[in-house]
Write a protein that binds this ligand. Sequence first.
Ligand code: HEC
Ligand code: HEC
Ligand code: HEC
Ligand code: HEC
Ligand code: HEC
Ligand code: HEC
Length: 292
Amino acid sequence: MAYNVRRKIIGKAFVFVALQAIAAVFFLINGILAQEKSIPNHGSFTDCQMCHAEKYKMWESTGHSKTINRLVEAPGVNADCYSCHTTEGFAAKLQGNKVDLAQKDSLHTVTCAACHKPGSGDNPKMLVRASDKICSECHSQRTVLEGKGAKGVEDTRSFHSGVSCVSCHMSEANHDMKLFRPDDPKTPDPDTCTRCHNDNNRKMRAKQLPEWQEFYKEAMDPIEADMAAISAAIKEKPDLLNADLKEKLNTVRANLFIIQRDGSRGAHNLDYALEIMALATKDIKIIKAAIK
Ligand code: HEC
Ligand code: HEC
Ligand code: HEC
Ligand code: HEC
Ligand code: HEC
Ligand code: HEC
């Protein structure tokens, strides 16, 4: 009996010491890891490429490294354009200001410093806005995810309306802003979709995404052909349409522009895109009948 009790006590003491040893090793490893990941004070840094070569290369491959070029030949350029197409303009926009166009030759494209304020602790990752807000300061895709804005079409929310841009476009803090598509055989597991939908059914996601984009294309191709034909007819005879039909055509154009500009070809909100295209098809029929 006494032997057993002693053994239990010794046993407990042993477990206690062992746990403490494990904890010590754990804290030691944690300390080493923390040290390895310790972030130098970024306050004085201006050259990011030197230490973040991989992020730089990814960024360089995107339109973000060329946003300012868009303003070279675009018509109607004004100070507003610089708010989303340059680093300095974006900084001014976040303060409620605009850049002085007299300085336009010294402005920079959307660089690291557009999104990150080196040394700042206002947001995680030194971001100038929280990661779930920053993209929509310049991009309009959120309204498509929310299914809002088209005239004559009921609001149609996507099931992804609550998902941030970053969760899909930067799922590994990848700065090329590209999804790891489930249907791309070069994508290693997990792809972006399956990462979130942890039903582990990549096969199903690999079917869904291209299907959305095919449905979109099937509906959009004939619409774009019709719109081109209508534009050509009007160019030849400018007073072909009466005021009512002109307004109809303008609404069709504005509605289509929402989903064309979105750029995802139905991936952000297929239902909404299909609603917009169904209405456009109906109105185009009326316009075509009138000009025959
Ligand atoms: C002298 C090297 C060096 C330079 C220059 C540098 N960084 Fe870093 N940065 C690091 C290291 C080291 C870390 C921590 C490890 C990691 O996340 O890569 C880090 C981390 C970061 C992080 C993540 C912070 C976090 O909270 O996790 C961001 C964002 C960042 N850097 C942005 C920048 C930007 C923008 C610039 C240019 C203005 C820049 N860095 C210049 C070395 C540098
Ligand atoms: C300061 C404004 C600004 C911010 C902030 C911004 N973008 Fe952009 N983005 C642009 C502009 C302008 C373009 C168009 C580039 C072009 O085509 O010239 C663009 C293009 C893109 C493209 C198209 C692909 C490409 O390579 O051109 C994607 C995808 C994208 N941005 C995703 C994002 C995501 C995700 C975020 C948030 C992390 C974000 N952007 C934040 C201005 C911004
Ligand atoms: C609110 C932010 C914002 C403002 C203001 C802005 N742009 Fe853009 N621009 C973008 C974004 C973001 C893109 C990339 C397409 C997208 O994702 O919507 C873009 C794309 C473009 C493109 C590429 C072609 C296209 O249409 O996709 C051109 C050209 C362009 N912008 C010119 C201009 C001009 C000219 C102005 C001023 C009259 C302007 N932009 C004002 C954010 C803006
Ligand atoms: C359009 C906005 C945008 C631009 C431009 C941008 N970043 Fe980022 N960056 C982000 C966002 C958003 C995150 C946070 C992603 C997340 O939360 O997973 C981030 C995260 C990071 C991180 C942390 C990565 C990690 O693993 O946590 C580093 C380092 C970084 N960026 C460096 C850079 C450098 C260097 C550049 C320029 C070459 C740059 N960024 C340009 C938006 C941007
Ligand atoms: C549920 C995931 C998801 C969310 C959330 C999401 N996107 Fe996308 N986005 C996609 C997919 C999928 C595509 C199509 C990519 C392709 O064709 O390979 C796409 C395409 C795009 C494109 C066109 C890409 C190009 O190369 O021209 C832009 C720009 C874009 N998204 C911006 C955004 C912005 C900004 C947000 C946040 C308001 C956002 N996305 C939210 C999945 C998402
Ligand atoms: C950041 C997380 C996240 C990512 C990434 C994501 N989803 Fe979702 N998805 C959600 C949420 C949240 C819902 C809405 C809740 C629900 O209905 O389960 C949803 C709903 C859906 C639905 C409708 C409901 C269902 O499960 O059938 C489909 C289909 C879907 N997602 C497919 C995709 C595809 C394809 C991708 C990749 C392009 C993707 N998702 C990427 C979070 C995500």
